[in-house]
Structures are given as structure tokens and as C-alpha cells.
Design a protein around this ligand. Sequence first.
Ligand SMILES: [Zn+2]
Length: 446
Amino acid sequence: MILRPPPQERVPRLRKHLSADALYQLVRLGCEKIPDHRGRKCPISLTDALMSAFGMFSLKDPSLLAFEERRNDKNMGNLFGIAHVPSDTHMREILDPVEPRQLRPLFDDVFRQLQRGKALESFVFYQGHYLLSLDGTGYFSSSSIHCDSCLEKVHKQTGEITYQHQMLAAVMMHPDHREVVPLAPEPIEKQDGSEKNDCERNAAKRLLRQIRQEHPHLKLIVVEDGLASNAPHIRELQNQDMHFILGAKPGDHPFLFEQVLAAFEADRVTTISWTEEGVLCEISFINGVPLNESNQDLRVNFLQYGEYGPNGEQRTWTWVTDLEISRQNARWLVKGGRCRWKIENETFNTLKNQGYHFEHNYGHGKKNLSVVFAMLMMLAFLVDQVQQLCCPLFQATWKKMGTKRALWDNLRSHFRHFVFRSMRHLYQVMLYDLAKKLLAPTLNTC
Ligand SMILES: [Zn+2]
């Protein structure tokens, strides 16, 4: 049953290139450029298989089995441009050999659309630079299911092996925005031909190089936790022409903190303080201190922020940065350092707890399937974030539904019961309750 959309003047205006329909089409065009590893014409194309997985994550289906019900659903063709939806087994077979790095351009395509629509202008954080937060997270762990790229963790006492998958995410963010813009993540996995486990640091090196290759002129300030404030990583950031604000803990940097303490005593540290709702807030900073004893040539600027409550409670954060700190910019740089939590809260927690089923095993495969699924889910999340940021129709529908979970539930139920011409059509029907109005007389006669 096709529902009639409301008159056009009532519909919130769309930024055409940043609407769900335009973005789904963009993703589809990107998928078409990925060569089919089967090297022959098959009844179900690689593009259809990739778009089916992308569609499954866009609809937030809880399992591949639930998605299978959509095999004959006209909406899969109308909204995602899919000619043939594969069965669950077939989808896993087609996607397992796909190289995850072949999916990276799909993220770039969406990112460039954001640039083109000038939607990133409000993300500029400092002197034309964007904040990019990097952090790793795990999404799969099993003692039995495993593939060629699984990380292997051996229990010291029992010798039992746990197989894991992790990824390093890179997410653009801004203190004033709830939305985040993920770039293509880097899998932390066993590298081709290697028996050794990968680690977050190696993945970071690969990821930073790829980002620089994909975005040669993008001005970036990389924000990371205390694990990243080591000399080799900082030199890698410098090589890639990226600025940084990195967490720094006294336990990891005894020499640095000794230097800062000495500077405090010599009155060489600048301090700014103010009070907010009875809490004393204080920033201390000093420029040009050596990072550690063995890398004295590597000078960093030290930034500390503390909150001291009336009853003795206190919280402090410390960072090292290559940005020259001044009385004018210190508070803003603290905001930049503190907004790192967004990669945890607004990205990983959303993926794990807001309907995306990030930790569900949709299928593991023998080669890359687990990583391919994780990347396509991140891509679906990116497209959703763009809509949340730029699409008034999406924003209005979300507001009406109240929560993201209610939005996705409603979307799935509309998708199941009606036929839509486009995502725009679907959101309009949800926003103006057109389905309910249509069903009301029928229900009244029951
Ligand atoms: Zn695996």
C-alpha cells in the first residue's frame, strides 16, 4: 500500500545532497566501483550484497535472520536500489572475501558531500583546524568462533585462546556539536602473512597515513588518551602534519611532571582561575617542556585543568599539545581536550546501546566478513549522523518519536507494512502520522 505524502509546503526543507535518499544513492555508486572478487557475472551482484548489509544496518535489524524477511520487500529496491537481496548464507559468502580497505572510499564520498554542503564549517575548532579523536574499541570476543584476521589472546594460566576483533575509530567532533563525523576506521587485526597480533599503536600509524593520503589538505588536531602521548606516536603525527592534544598522566610521564613542578615552584607556570556554581575551576599551563628524559628535543606544551568543589572534591585533567597555549586560548583548548569523551559516548556507546547492535555477531566468516560488517555498520552510522546534523525532515521525525530507539522501531514497522517511494516519503509518513490516519477507520470497524 502506497501512502500519499502531505502537501509540499508542510514538509521541512531538505538539503538535497545530504538527505538519506541522496546519501544512499552515493553509497550505492561507491559500491559499484568495488571490483567483484568473483570475476564473473553472478545473479546477485557484489553491489546488491554490500547494499543489503548497509540496508540491514541502516534499518538496525537485530540479526541477519530478521533481515531475511526483507528479501521480497519492494522497499529494498525503492529505497536502497537493490535488485536482489541475497539470503543470509549467500550474503556472508559474497562479503567474506571483500578487502575492508576497499570500503574506505565510501566514507570519503559522504565526507566530501558534507564539505560540499558546507556542513563542516561549524566543526572548525581552532584556526581552521578540526578536532579528530582516535580511540580503539572491541566488538567481538569468542573462545570458539574465529577467522584469519582475529586477534588471539592466550590465557596465561589455562592456555585458553580468546579470539577478538577491535577497530580504531577516527571521529571528527566539536565541543558544541552532539553529532560526530566518523572517518573510515582501521581494523586492529592480524596482518596478512603475520602470526603476530596487531596493536592499537600500529593501527594508528596505518590510519594516520591513510587519512593524510585521503585528505592531503585537511587541517587536523588529533585528540587521544594518555596511551598516545609517547615520542614515536607524536613524531608520526608531526610527519603527517597534524597537531595534537593528548592526555598525559603523571605515572606515564614522571620526568615531564617533575619539570612542571619545578616550573611551578619557580613561578614560570601561568594559572587562570574562575568559579562556576561554587566550583573553583583552574587552568595551569607552560609551553616548551621536554616530553621525557630520553626525548629532550621533543618539546611539548603542558596543559592542566582542575575542578575543586566546596567539600574538598576535585577532578583534574592533563594534556600535552604542540599548540602554543596562551591566556586567550587556554580555556578553548581545554574544551577540545575534554571533548575526547565524545568518541566513547556519542560513537561507541551509541553503536553498542542505541539500536545498532555493534557487538552482535552477524556472521564471522573465514577471512574478512566480521570486519566488513563492522565497517558497513560504521558507514550506516555516519549516514545517520549526517542526517541528524543536516536534514530537517530527519530532525523533525526524531523529535516527534522522542528517542532514537522509538525512531528506529517506527521506521522498521512502517517499512514492513507499507511501500514507500523514497526515504523522504517514509519520514514524511512517520512525521505526519499518515499511516495511523489511514488505518484508523479500519480499526474502528473491528
Ligand atoms: Zn575473526
